[in-house]
Design a binder for this molecule. Sequence first.
Ligand code: FES
Length: 207
Amino acid sequence: MTEVRRFTHGSRIPGWDDAVDFSKDPAVVPDAATTPVPEHLRAEIEEYMARYPDFRSASIPALRAAQREHGWCSPLAIEQTACVMGLTPGYLTAVGTFYDMIETQPSGRQAIYVCTNISCSLRGGDAIYSAMLEAAADDSDLNVRHFECLGACDIAPMASVNGEYVGPLEPSDCATIIADVKAGREVLPDKQLRRRPSAHTIAKQES
Ligand code: FES
């Protein structure tokens, strides 16, 4: 079974306590004249900014938009986002490196997050993670990661596959999930959280 790595500082996130590099020049807001931004990306970011009283609250959706555009939050993606938002790349890098779903290193476009937090772990989440890695077989388009609680403990052990929550999973489901993702098919329709009947629906059916 693949061991989920934890760092000595207790976090699963490497580098959070790296020292600041004071030798770097002070950050500046990228110049719009020398920072071309795809028009559709600019429009999407501006639309997010307009939703909040403080436009900086749009940092996460803006970075997610740049990530969809570039495949990951590359220095160029962050530069373009910073240019549109009138922020420094450093500000957005600080936000991006804090949140797990912002990829600040090159990664596969297909996001497969296997929950290995307590409820899922007790119900075999680590075995699901191992089986998912094995099924993915180093395909660079697949971003298979273990994840902290994804907030769906009632379907433990579970995974988020490009945002689709599926569970409870068996190790044998992993090959199907990977095949579905590669083929662009819907993933495990019978195990999707959003298709489960709610207590309200069941009560209505029984009355
Ligand atoms: S512990 Fe896995 S979803 Fe909560």
